[in-house]
Ligand binder design. Sequence first.
Ligand SMILES: Nc1ncnc2c1ncn2[C@@H]1O[C@H](COP(=O)(O)OP(=O)(O)OP(=O)(O)O)[C@@H](O)[C@H]1O
Ligand SMILES: O=P(O)(O)OC[C@H]1O[C@H](OP(=O)(O)OP(=O)(O)O)[C@H](O)[C@@H]1O
Length: 293
Amino acid sequence: MESTIPADHCKFAVPKKGRLYDQVTDMLKGAGVQYHREPRLDIALCKDLAMTMVFLPASDIPKYIAEGNVDIGVTGIDIVEENGDLEVQRVMDLGFGKCRLCVQAPVVKGVKDVRELAGKRIVTSFPNLTKKFFDPLDEELGVKTSIRFVSGSVEAACGLGLADAVVDLVETGTTMKAAGLEIVQSILTTEAILIANPQSTHKNIVDLLKHRIEGYITSKKFVMVSYNCSPEILAKVTEITPGKRAPTITQLTDGGHAVSSLVKKADVAKVMDELHLAGARDILVLELSNSRM
Ligand SMILES: Nc1ncnc2c1ncn2[C@@H]1O[C@H](COP(=O)(O)OP(=O)(O)OP(=O)(O)O)[C@@H](O)[C@H]1O
Ligand SMILES: O=P(O)(O)OC[C@H]1O[C@H](OP(=O)(O)OP(=O)(O)O)[C@H](O)[C@@H]1O
């Protein structure tokens, strides 16, 4: 990394590649954090904040933050848990990068219980979490599970004869199935998380970023639903859309009401069905590009 970071700058760590990269850069754009990254450079100065973006491997980000080299950044909960000895402040779950860390074994072996794997050879990128999981089983069964670290392509380990099972991330299950593996047990549910150094000297910028990112994340979780209704059904329909705080109700010149309310994106189809059934009309769903609550 080039040593051109201004001394007074807050430093924000972004996963430099991999599964989280695109979603983190989209989130930063949505939260109004502007920077220009030159090709192959691992630092980029922000346009309107005294902040420098640093692009680092996701797995190293908790270490840089705990040691105070970086003030704030994004990684996976799995990586934070794997580095459980490092002191970082967990600021907020980000709602993307969702997957599970699972013990997986070859389908042909038909492993039904994870106890069958205690004492065997496990390959993983998460040796600490894997040890924490197998230690109690080892103690119970009087065996010693061998845990070997690899940094990527974990799913290949059984096929290569290196392992009896692996501990790896599963999202869609495509990688696992292609490698002839199946889940024996899930260990951890993970998603992307914003973490910060609790002793950062850039509290103002860190707090500003927390608010900006929180606003963006909220705007992605909710949509604005607006509709018209008659006075007779107002109480019923506003019960269906109580909003985050309260619905906005406007009196129309024809005696009816226009209502707008925040609704969780995941619930919107069901809410629209219920509103229509209750007699609401002209139901519109509007995407939010940002918010500040
Ligand atoms: N399939 C997936 N679906 C959703 N999130 C994932 C998936 N795979 C990984 N992640 C999340 O992204 C993080 C980084 O994983 P990824 O496989 O992109 O690492 P990588 O490319 O090896 O990067 P690095 O070199 O920084 O470790 C994981 O720790 C996890 O939190
Ligand atoms: O269930 P799926 O949707 O198939 O996703 C799971 C895969 O994604 C990640 O690997 P990635 O492809 O990022 O590469 P890596 O093995 O080099 O980390 C993870 O390690 C799994 O192998």
